[in-house]
Design a protein around this ligand. Structure first.
Ligand SMILES: Cc1ncc(C[n+]2csc(CCOP(=O)(O)OP(=O)(O)O)c2C)c(N)n1
Ligand SMILES: [Mg+2]
Length: 894
């Protein structure tokens, strides 16, 4: 050995001694000062090292083992055997529900493997954690993973809450006696499900904002402080949805220790592995830890503990961390021999570690998410954690217990049928007391009421405050705000030019002051309050912040300073329409969740509503959510300079499909007042399950006083606003206008009367959707009752005797007026804003989209020629006079 290598060898030996000395010192600190002192010391060391130039690579990961070490596990409080029996029965019935449904109706679908992997995760929660709502406790809020619904039904069956008949009708909602919905749908099962969760990604974001909203209610004194939790069960594949992870920093920023995510990491999604070449648990750990969450990993079952305790030099942990999810999926279906050779075979020391275990024992090494002994400590730690939200990352096997029929297989998500042999194996594995003769029918099984299983299960739920899930509306109607609150808007704005946005903000300010319902109003804005002129509200009611305002605001000197307060009323969500909508949903369903009639007003850029967060709006409908969505700076030609990605000319079309949503495009302040007054009455006094969409615009004009007797028409969708002044005219027209385009229509009316001898009546159409739905309803009734007196659509009734041609103009796509044309006595010409927006002045835009007064005149004259009332030459001349370019590009395709 030369000198150089001798020195090197010496240094290696010194380093070993040095390392050991450091570890011994740390052990001493741990023994004397405990873990907290040790943590402080390490932190200090890190800072010192950094100052001296040591650069540590950032990693938010911990080793691939359980977060809670075995010696820190509390004893299991339940009876493991009875709970295993109960869990097995639920597994069986959940599986049978899907198998039977698919025998009855080929292709009806349903999922076996999701619940199969999550059964223990749910059952430990049901037996020991989830609290029901009753007089003494408000209960926990639980978002169940949609695809696990058969398991939730199967439990409710054992609890005696669902009948065997309803189980038979899984996925057959239209059976006479009702069915069990495929997934959680409060609309279809309003006494059972609270939250629709199956459009993946929505439940995590809704849960985060729900947890925050619970705090908001407490901080504002609307609800008693409580230790209730919001639990969300979701899939690992589901975490790929941007909504799932998109709001997690809100939860940590707001210290939402009332929030618990349980991610069932079965390593698979629908098509295959979630991260075959990586590790989803480690990936999620670093994301959630980085975001400030309390992360608890439940990876290995109890029978790994002896192996881990033997792992003094960390080779097993190293191997666990190194193996990929793709490998683990393979181990879940492989033989013990394969596991021995492949997993433990990489190092002779590992092989040695398992030499006394048989292949069968190796195969039975369990994952943490199937082991109540491991799940319980995690849940307990989550519930007791203070100051941050918790995520539990539980490793499981998809299709657990299905064996050859799907366990761990890539096809398992789609498995809906089990053959006789597979059913027998399932039955054997979970010891279900069904005879071999009966097995092929896949019968449901429920032990007698006095069996220890049923008694135990009921007793546990009783202890925890009652059954879950359950949706129960216990809420008194509100006292409607007085008529006089709205009177100012009925009078008009006189000479003052006011935009409808300003009008609605003023209405909101007045509602906030109302002594009965003021405190129930929840204004929600995604960083857009100034756009809508709402900044006065900052000061009036404050912006909600759980910690109040810890800094002196830069504008503290001003009257309308940015005031944050613990009891602030405005939810200023920042730039997140999805988050704001989730708050809207929490507030709009508080009547059911908490028995509190909060009335949300979500005010946002209309363009970023329906098309961006349409799925959340659909979920809101399913949830019977209430409140007002207010689409601001709406209208493709009214919002002038913002251009293509801002100008909304179609949200009203996207509002059509939502069955319980009323959508209005009002022109005047008094129309808005009527709509809001009626909305509050219907939703919160009559307690109808509706919600409202109102678009408002930023063009200022004089708001006229409300004509007599138009309230009903405003709500039904249209009313005559102004008769033609030209009583002598031989030519006639009926003009429909909406939003600010009504002003263009009014101008066209004048010019038509003065210059073209056309007497035109002007109708304000506040809602094509209302007119459309009314027309459909009447038509349907007529179809089904051929011998009875025909019912007449409201729109037909309005215009049946109205003379002349029909022209409609709005700031929205033409299909809106077209949707009601079938109920008019003569053809309708629709003008609208189909096509991509542009940055330009309102005047230029209305020319470009052909919706200004000139095009309305053109449409009237053209229609009159088609009706053979005037010669085409008159139209030719008008085109010249009105300075219309016939060869201009078609906005629809430019
Ligand atoms: C938004 C959305 N996209 C797609 C689907 C269809 N889908 C249903 S389940 C599923 C896979 C779920 O995987 P994971 O979240 O891991 O749940 P697991 O069943 O494995 O527990 C997919 C793609 C859906 N329900 N929602
Ligand atoms: Mg999965």
């Amino acid at each position: 050995m030369n000198k150089e290598s001798k020195d090197k060898q010496k240094r290696i030996e010194e380093e070993e001694v040095e390392s050991q000395e450091w570890l011994d010192s740390l052990d001493y600190v741990l023994d004397v000062g405990g873990v907290e002192r040790a943590a402080k010391l390490i932190k200090k060391l890190q800072i010192h090292a950094q100052k001296r130039g040591v650069r540590l690579r950032f990693t938010a990961n911990t080793p691939y083992i359980n977060t809670i070490p075995v010696e820190k596990q509390p004893p299991y409080p339940g009876d493991p055997q009875i709970e295993w029996n109960i869990r097995s029965l639920i597994r069986w019935n959940a599986m049978a529900m899907v198998v039977r449904a698919n025998r009855l109706e080929e292709g009806i679908g349903g999922h076996i493997s999701t619940f199969a992997s999550a059964a223990a995760l749910y059952e430990v929660a049901f037996n020991h954690f989830l609290r029901g709502r009753n007089e003494s406790h408000e209960g926990d809020i639980v978002y169940f993973q949609g695809h696990a619904s058969p398991g939730i039904y199967a439990r409710a069956y054992l609890e005696g809450r669902l009948t065997i008949e309803s189980l038979q009708n899984f996925r057959r909602d239209l059976q006479q006696e009702g069915g069990l919905t495929s997934y959680p749908h409060p609309w279809l099962m309003p006494n059972f499900w609270q939250f629709p969760t199956v459009s993946m990604g929505l439940s995590p974001i809704m849960a985060i904002y729900q947890a925050r909203f619970n705090r908001y209610l407490e901080d504002r004194g609307l609800k008693k402080p409580s230790d209730a939790k919001v639990w969300t069960f979701l899939g690992d594949g589901e975490t790929d949805e941007p909504e799932t992870l998109g709001a997690i920093t809100l939860a940590s920023r707001e210290n939402l220790d009332n929030l618990i995510f349980v991610v069932n990491c079965n390593l698979q999604r629908l098509d295959g592995p979630v991260r075959g070449n990586g590790k989803i648990i480690q990936e999620l750990e670093s994301i959630f830890r980085g975001a400030g969450w309390n992360v608890i990993k439940v990876i290995w079952g109890s029978n790994w503990d002896p192996l881990l305790s033997k792992d003094k030099d960390g080779i097993l942990v190293k191997r666990m961390t190194e193996a990929l999810d793709g490998d683990y999926q393979k181990y879940s279906v492989a033989s013990g021999e394969y596991i021995r050779n492949h997993f433990f075979g990489t190092d002779p020391r590992l092989q040695d570690m398992v030499k006394n275990l048989s292949d069968t024992e190796l195969q039975k090494l369990r994952r943490g998410g199937h082991d109540p002994e491991k799940i319980y400590p995690a849940y307990k730690a989550a519930v007791e954690n203070i100051g941050s939200p918790t995520v539990i990352l539980a490793k499981t096997i998809k299709g657990y217990g299905l064996g050859e029929a799907g366990e761990g297989r890539n096809i398992t998500h789609q498995q809906k049928k089990l053959n006789e042999e597979e059913l027998k194996l399932f039955k054997k594995r979970f010891d279900i007391p069904i005879s071999d003769e009966d097995i092929s029918r896949a019968p449901f099984y429920k032990p007698p009421d006095d069996s220890q299983e049923i008694k135990y299960l009921k007793e546990r739920r009783h202890e925890l405050g009652g059954y879950l899930p359950k949706r129960e509306v216990i809420c008194d109607p509100i006292k409607a705000p007085p008529e006089k609150l709205f009177e100012e808007f009925y009078k008009g704005s006189g000479k003052r030019e006011v935009a409808t946005t300003m009008a609605i903000v003023r209405m909101l300010a007045k509602l906030l002051k109302d002594k009965n319902i003021g405190k129930l109003i929840v204004p929600i804005v995604p960083d857009e309050a100034r756009t809508f002129g709402m900044e006065a509200l900052f000061r009036q009611v404050g912006i909600y912040s759980h910690v109040g305002q810890l800094y002196e605001p830069v504008d503290a000197e001003t009257l309308l300073y940015y005031k944050e307060a613990i009891d602030g009323q405005i939810l200023e969500e920042g730039i997140t329409e999805a988050g704001s909508m989730s708050s809207f949903i929490a507030a709009g369903t508080a009547y059911a969740t908490h028995g509190i009639n909060t009335i949300p007003f979500f005010i946002y850029y209309s363009m970023f509503g329906f098309q961006r967060i349409g799925d959340l709006i659909w979920a809101a409908g399913d949830m019977r959510c209430k409140g007002f969505m207010v689409g601001g700076t709406a209208g493709r030609t009214t919002l002038a300079g913002e251009g293509l990605q801002h100008q909304d000319g179609h949200s009203h079309l996207l509002a059509y499909p939502i069955p319980n949503l009323k959508a209005y495009d009002p022109a005047f302040a008094y129309e808005i007042a009527v709509i809001i007054q009626e909305g509050i009455r219907r939703m919160y006094v009559e307690q109808e399950d509706l919600f409202y969409y109102i678009t408002v615009m930023n063009e200022t004009y004089k708001q006229p006083p409300m004509p007599q007797g138009v309230k009903e028409g405003i709500l039904k969708g249209m009313y005559k606003f102004r008769d033609s002044q030209n009583k002598e005219a031989k030519l006639h027209a009926q003009l429909f206008g909406s939003g600010t385009i009504l002003n263009e229509v009014l101008k066209a009316q004048e010019v038509l009367g003065d210059k073209y001898g056309v007497a035109a009546d002007v109708w304000s159409v506040t809602s094509y959707k209302e007119l459309y739905r009314d027309g459909l309803e009447k038509e349907r009734w007529n179809m089904l009752h051929p011998s009875e007196i025909k019912r007449v659509p409201y729109i037909t009734e309005c215009v049946k005797d109205a003379p002349g041609v029909f022209v409609a103009a709005s700031d929205y796509v033409m299909v809106l007026p077209d949707s009601i044309s079938q109920w008019l006595p003569r053809p309708l010409v629709s003008l609208g804003t189909d096509g991509f927006g542009r940055s330009a002045s309102r005047k230029a835009l209305r020319d470009f989209f052909e919706v200004d007064w000139r095009y309305i005149i053109l449409a009237v004259l053209a229609s009159l020629t088609w009706e053979k009332k005037i010669e085409p030459e008159i139209v030719e001349k008008a085109i010249l006079d009105l300075d219309i370019n016939p060869s201009k590009a078609n906005p629809m395709i430019s």
